[in-house]
Design a protein around this ligand. Structure first.
Ligand SMILES: [Zn+2]
Length: 110
């Protein structure tokens, strides 16, 4: 074993959590795209869902990745899942409850 940290975030310096504070820099439309990106869908399906061209989806995602200080769309997608509770305003969304502090196991309590 090496003395490197076992934490992937520390090892790679690529921590999607760092982008969380930058989410509010996104426009409303970019937030909508980010929320959908968290589903893992591809550009074609995102384009269909948003009623825009695939190249427009790619442009949105490139801008989102840049604004959030990420390197890849997958990192932005991971970040999307982490902030789903912030981005999703659907009252029927069960994820909203899963992400509230009261629902988290004690080990995750802030
Ligand atoms: Zn939701």
């Amino acid at each position: 074993m090496t003395n490197r940290s076992a934490c992937a975030y520390w090892r790679t310096r690529a921590n999607p959590l760092r982008g969380m504070s930058k989410v509010n820099r996104l426009t409303a439309r970019e937030k909508e795209v980010l929320l959908l990106l968290g589903t893992g869908l591809g550009n074609r399906q995102l384009a269909r869902e948003l009623h825009i061209a695939e190249r427009t989806v790619k442009a949105h995602i490139a801008r989102i990745v840049e604004k959030l200080g990420q390197e890849t769309r997958l990192q932005a997608a991971v970040l999307s899942v982490l902030v789903h509770n912030t981005l999703c305003d659907d009252v029927r969304c069960s994820c909203r409850y899963a992400a509230t502090a009261e629902e988290l196991p004690p080990a995750f309590a802030v």
